[in-house]
Design a protein around this ligand. Structure first.
Ligand SMILES: Cc1cc2nc3c(=O)[nH]c(=O)nc-3n(C[C@H](O)[C@H](O)[C@H](O)COP(=O)(O)O)c2cc1C
Length: 256
């Protein structure tokens, strides 16, 4: 597969995975792809923690579950979220950005068949969902996501060693940039191997949870935990995605 094909085929994989481990030679390829990411002054600030055993997966699943339940009670989080949630496939395709609500949350049955207008109205008042959150509405999606984390064949924590900063005022910015490049190398290589990857951001949103992760996995204080990925061989390729047209972000000579 050439690079452009991998870029176009890569999707965030939110479904289940085949119940088999990632083969050693495939894992080696993912690691090798990560190793060759560019970084400022070649500082290579990254480290990876690969979690294959149940204890580590369970701990991260538990943290994810608690974090999602808390998000459902957090008015600001819900409000910020609603800006990027699309309630119908049609609206999602037309707008070309954001994420499809149904891809992220299994709605309670009555809401699954609710008219678009009602769902949109509810999202506009996303803050009012905190009431539902306090009544336990977050528990079902939280359990679903936690189960996916627990059952993933491989979890990967990506960390940035802040002692390996490059010279110059912009040091930290350039380090973060290179972390993104490392992650993209992993995502594209995974695509060529039929391995699906999903970012699991919920357990990294709150600093207390990041601290907990550091302690659980012996990650030194001078590391920033950048992301958590779940990986496995794709079972069914059902993911779709949308993008803005190129005219929305490409400018020649100057921005208009
Ligand atoms: C930094 C970052 C964090 C993300 N966090 C999540 C996440 O927590 N859960 C999830 O399902 N997808 C997550 N995503 C995936 C995005 O939702 C996805 O990239 C976007 O909707 C475009 O879809 P695509 O990746 O299939 O092209 C994240 C992506 C990035 C780059």
């Amino acid at each position: 597969m050439n690079v452009l094909d991998a870029i176009l085929q890569r999707r965030s994989h939110r479904g289940t995975f085949q119940k088999r481990d990632i083969q050693v030679d495939d894992l080696d390829k993912l690691i090798e792809a990560a190793r060759w990411a560019p970084s400022p002054f070649n500082v290579q600030p990254w480290e990876l923690v690969l979690i294959r055993e149940a204890a580590g997966k369970s701990a991260l699943a538990g943290l994810t579950e608690r974090a999602v339940i808390a998000q459902f009670k957090d008015a600001k989080f819900l409000d910020d979220n609603s800006r990027w949630m699309r309630v119908t496939e049609k609206a999602w395709q037309e707008l070309g950005d954001g994420v499809l609500l149904a891809d992220h949350v299994t709605l309670p049955k009555p809401l699954q068949d609710a008219p678009e207008k009602l769902l949109q109205g509810l999202l506009k008042n996303a803050k009012s969902f905190t009431l539902l959150g306090h009544l336990g509405a977050g528990k079902i999606p939280a359990k679903e996501i936690a189960l996916q984390v627990r059952e993933a064949p491989l979890l990967m924590l990506v960390t940035m060693n802040c002692k390996r900063y490059p010279p110059g005022e912009g040091g930290t910015r350039w380090m973060w940039l290179s972390m993104g490049m490392l992650i993209q190398n992993i995502l594209l290589t995974a695509t060529t191997l039929d391995i699906g990857v999903q970012f699991v951001s919920a357990p990294l949103e709150r600093s207390a949870d990041r601290e907990q992760i550091r302690r659980l996995f012996n990650i030194p204080i001078f590391h920033e935990v950048i992301t958590l990925l779940r990986l496995g061989y794709i079972e069914k390729d059902t993911e779709s995605a949308v993008r803005l047209p190129t005219s929305a972000f490409v400018h020649f000579e100057k921005m208009k």
